[in-house]
Design a protein around this ligand. Structure first.
Ligand code: FAD
Length: 448
């Protein structure tokens, strides 16, 4: 390992790979990204949360090209609402903007396919790492070449190889995405549930439409590939929300089958490798928050990598931090999805719905918290560019702990209040020192 100037290779340049590469460049690391273009055109809907994540990652180019929000109608459990909006982005364009940003920030970007990656020495494998990696890259028609890496970031999304890894899988799910072309219409999107799954439909101003069915692999009775378009058209024809998207329009080419099974990688980090984004965890696309989730695990990764490289004595803490965050994110979004599936009562007995309203568990999204359950504990925390340990406040709802609120450390405040139960506000004001103006608001927050 070249500790003084390690070479970090990132595999894949979607939102996750791009965010890690930019974060590592900011920390001064030598970073090479290897990525090939997405193999199919896809339109996705993104929430304002995704925009905040893209901003935090530093993707100015992608943000500048972001379309305005367009209306979204939802028909679920027989009820229709049209209060929502989302931004419809072409994934190929987002990837291109990320690539431009990487090059502008001094990241070396190789357009090519990763054929394999191999550990150079297995001498320390029991300790979660090896001495380095050899990555075999195929760029265009040239012969493949080898790239040496001290640290490897796996960010190839759902395409990342998973052989030999322990992974948790939810109900096996497939999404069939069919592009359509019709006359120009105002951008919009819609969602509708039906007995065998749910549909997402979207139209861009140029008349392109994307109609996507998300189905249960076991019970969908999918036909052979050449009959998939007909299968999708038949399904969509019965959905009221699909009508405006299908009117005067026709399918183009074959539907693209994308796996959308929820997957959690149980060990997403070693001493000199890390998995981020969909390669670490992916839930199904119901929440429309996939890009947000992939950015969430990626934005914390540079500090984890920095700790592993610069403070190997803290490697156990750094790994525990990433693993706990990835797992927490997965269960949080899996439970949000479960509760949304549970709202569909008309079809509750159908195999698609039965499996998803009971997965991943029966634990409530938010736990009610009694004052005695609010505790002080030591946890791994993100401290600037490093992973550290600190006293935090934990509750059943916040098992990873809260370290700071508005720049104020919470554990000393809780201790001060507990030590002076008769005058908690005075104790809080004393403990807050220069931040004493926040005492009232903090007390209210603690009581709630
Ligand atoms: P990706 O975006 O998948 O990036 C991986 C990159 O690695 C790609 O550029 C790929 O080309 C590259 N790559 C793969 N293999 C190789 C290789 N061998 N060599 C070199 N490069 C390689 N999220 C939303 O926010 N809104 C939505 O509406 C939405 N809809 C979705 C619908 C479906 C059906 C699915 C499956 C997902 C959807 N998502 C949605 C989720 C979203 O697509 C992902 O969460 C997000 O793209 C993950 O980002 P990532 O960077 O981890 O991986």
């Amino acid at each position: 390992l070249h500790r003084a100037d390690p070479h970090i290779v990132v595999l894949g340049a979607g939102p996750a790979g791009g965010a890690v590469a930019l974060g590592l460049r900011r920390l001064g690391y030598r970073v090479t990204v290897v990525a090939e273009p997405r193999p199919f055109a896809a339109l996705e809907g993104v929430s304002e949360r995704v925009l905040a994540g893209l901003k935090q990652a530093g993707f100015a180019q992608a943000l500048a090209a972001m379309p305005a929000p367009s209306p979204r109608q939802v028909t679920w459990n027989g009820e229709t609402s049209g209060a929502n909006t989302e931004r419809l982005i072409r994934r190929v364009e987002l990837d291109l903007a990320i690539g431009v940003e990487l090059v502008a920030q001094g990241v070396k970007l190789i357009a090519g396919r990763v054929r394999s990656s191999r550990a150079q020495s297995l001498s320390q494998v029991q300790d979660g790492g090896c001495e380095g990696y050899s990555v075999e890259v195929q760029a265009g028609g040239d012969p493949p070449f080898m790239l040496e890496a001290d640290f490897l970031v796996e960010a190839r999304g759902r395409a990342a190889p998973g052989a030999g890894l322990e992974r948790l899988r939810g109900p096996e799910t497939v999404s069939l995405l069919q592009a359509w072309q019709g006359p120009a219409m105002a951008p919009r999107s819609a969602v509708q549930s039906f007995d065998a799954g749910w549909a997402w439909m979207a139209a861009t101003a140029d008349g392109q439409r994307y109609l996507q069915l998300t189905l249960d692999v076991a019970s969908a009775a999918l036909p052979p590939k050449e009959q998939l378009t007909e299968f999708c058209v038949k399904r969509l024809a019965s959905l009221s929300q699909a009508q405006p998207f299908m009117q005067d329009a026709a399918p183009i080419g074959q539907p693209q089958a994308r796996t959308s099974t929820p997957i959690l990688c149980l060990e997403p980090v070693g001493n000199n490798w890390i998995r981020v984004g969909d390669a670490a965890m992916a839930v199904d696309p119901l929440s429309g928050n996939g890009i947000f989730q992939s950015l969430s695990s990626a934005l914390q990764a540079p500090a984890v990598i920095n700790t592993l490289l610069r403070h190997p004595e803290r490697s156990a803490q750094a790994r525990a931090f990433h693993q706990a965050r990835v797992e927490h994110l997965f269960y949080r979004f899996a439970r949000i999805g479960r509760d949304f599936y549970d709202m569909e009562q008309d079809c509750a007995g159908e195999p698609f719905w039965q499996a998803r309203r009971a997965w991943p568990d029966t634990e409530a999204m938010h736990q009610s918290v009694t004052p005695t359950q609010v505790q002080i504990a030591r946890r791994v925390v993100l401290n600037g560019d490093l992973i550290d340990e600190a006293e935090v406040v934990v509750t059943p709802d916040q098992p990873l702990g809260m370290w700071h609120l508005n720049g104020v450390a919470l554990a000393p405040l809780l201790r001060a209040c507990r030590d002076a139960p008769d005058q908690p506000e005075d104790a809080l004001a004393r403990a807050l020192g220069q931040h004493r103006a926040q005492a009232g608001a903090l007390l209210l927050w603690m009581k709630n």
